[in-house]
Design a protein around this ligand. Structure first.
Ligand SMILES: *Cc1c(COP(=O)(O)O)cnc(C)c1O
Length: 383
């Protein structure tokens, strides 16, 4: 299948722009040599404003889940309490990791698709001592964004750390780590950062570093942030850096800054709301009920008489458009489309053309062009 017939429209991994692919294809460098150090330093320097931090950034050869586990393994002592504020599938994963590590996990469940209520978190952190509150910033399974500023404000004057999974948020949804008081942000390369999978990253506040540096934490070796914090002072990682992916990341970050971070975030907002408006017009209603809706993933109800899997399959088989269903309790009931990374209005219009055609094929009534027209209106209104 050629590229023109394969449209990667998942909420991760996402399509990688040509410039980034060229950077990845360059000859491999020594991970301790001066050529690579300058790429490494530049990548860190360009990532810091996207994280909204002046903290050092640690890089690992890892998927996003590895960075979630690494974040917990570095701050927990055996049996310590964590509060998982869960609003979707990736929150469940965070809780499962914490349990696997032997933490005492308290669970605060929010209905999927609804907002996370900081007042409920506040009640819990007043009632018990937690090492950390753990939360997914941008819940890719539902398309809801958690109010990290409000949650950060609750924990700022407590010893409890705030740990955020922003794997599908970073680069597409605003993150202001220092200002909001987020102690650990975990992310990875394959979503809004426009790179192939395989490169993970975290940034730690001084409050988090203090806990990480204690000797009584869980056993750790490859994931040991103490080693990584030492190596980063010397522009590197403790073990072999995935140099090609770092070169790709650096290029992707240059692209983000050339466009301007504020513009990039605004483009994500505009295109995701255009896609939602277009979908609404053809009978695919937006799933999230919350006020803070994701700009990086559009999550849609599947109409009663259709099956999510049939829409996903037909889009792929007849149009080469690859979107996601759900692999959780929403299976069959929700479909998801990525609106992150290297994306323009043409991508959204093509998605809608293909969706209209697929719905028609599945005998669901659509007015041809209705989705495209509603999306175009939304984009014009935003100007
Ligand atoms: C994609 C994603 C992850 C990471 O998944 P990996 O497959 O391990 O890279 C974690 N959290 C969220 C919210 C995600 O969207």
């Amino acid at each position: 299948m050629t590229n023109s017939h394969y449209r990667l429209r998942l909420p991760g991994p996402t399509a990688v722009p040509e410039r980034v692919r060229q950077a990845i294809a360059q000859p491999v460098l020594s991970h301790r040599g001066p050529e690579f150090r300058s790429i490494f330093n530049r990548a860190e320097e360009l990532l810091q404003p996207i994280l909204g931090t002046r903290n050092r950034v640690l890089f690992f050869a890892s998927s996003g889940t590895g960075m979630m586990e690494a974040s917990l393994v570095n701050i927990l002592a055996p049996g310590e309490r964590v509060l998982v504020a869960c609003h979707g599938q990736f929150g469940e994963r965070f809780a499962a990791i914490a349990r696997a590590l032997g933490a005492a996990v308290d669970w605060l469940d929010f209905p999927w698709g609804h907002a996370v209520d900081p007042a409920q978190i506040e009640r819990r952190v007043r009632a018990a001592d937690y090492r950390a509150v753990v939360i997914v910033h941008n819940e890719s399974s539902t398309g809801v964004v958690a109010d990290m500023a409000a949650i950060g404000a609750l924990l700022r004057d407590r010893p409890t750390l705030l740990v955020a999974d922003s794997v599908s948020g970073l680069g597409g949804v605003e993150m202001r780590q220092d200002e909001w008081g987020v102690d650990i942000v975990a992310s990875s390369s394959q979503k809004a950062l426009m790179c192939p999978p395989g490169l993970g990253m975290v940034s730690l506040s001084p409050k988090a570093s203090e806990v990480v540096n204690r000797d009584d934490r869980l056993p750790r070796y490859y994931w040991d942030f103490r080693k990584a914090l030492e190596s980063v002072e010397d522009s590197g990682t403790p073990f072999t850096t995935p140099v090609a992916l770092m070169a790709g990341l650096r290029e992707a970050l240059e692209m983000i800054h050339e466009e301007g971070l504020a513009h990039v975030l605004e483009r994500h907002r505009r295109l995701s709301s255009a896609l939602r408006a277009g979908c609404e017009a053809i009978g695919l209603h937006s799933f999230p009920q919350a006020e803070m809706i994701s700009s990086t993933v559009v999550c849609l109800h599947v109409p009663e008489r259709l099956k999510g899997g049939d829409i996903v399959r037909d889009l792929y088989q007849r149009h080469g458009t690859v979107i996601a269903g759900s692999r959780n309790k929403l299976e069959g009931k929700v479909i998801r489309i990525g609106t992150m990374g290297h994306l323009d209005a043409g991508d959204i219009f093509t998605d809608l053309l293909h969706l209209e055609d697929t719905l028609h094929k599945l005998d669901f009534p659509v007015t041809p062009g209705a989705g495209v027209s509603a999306a175009a209106q939304e984009i014009l209104d935003a100007r």
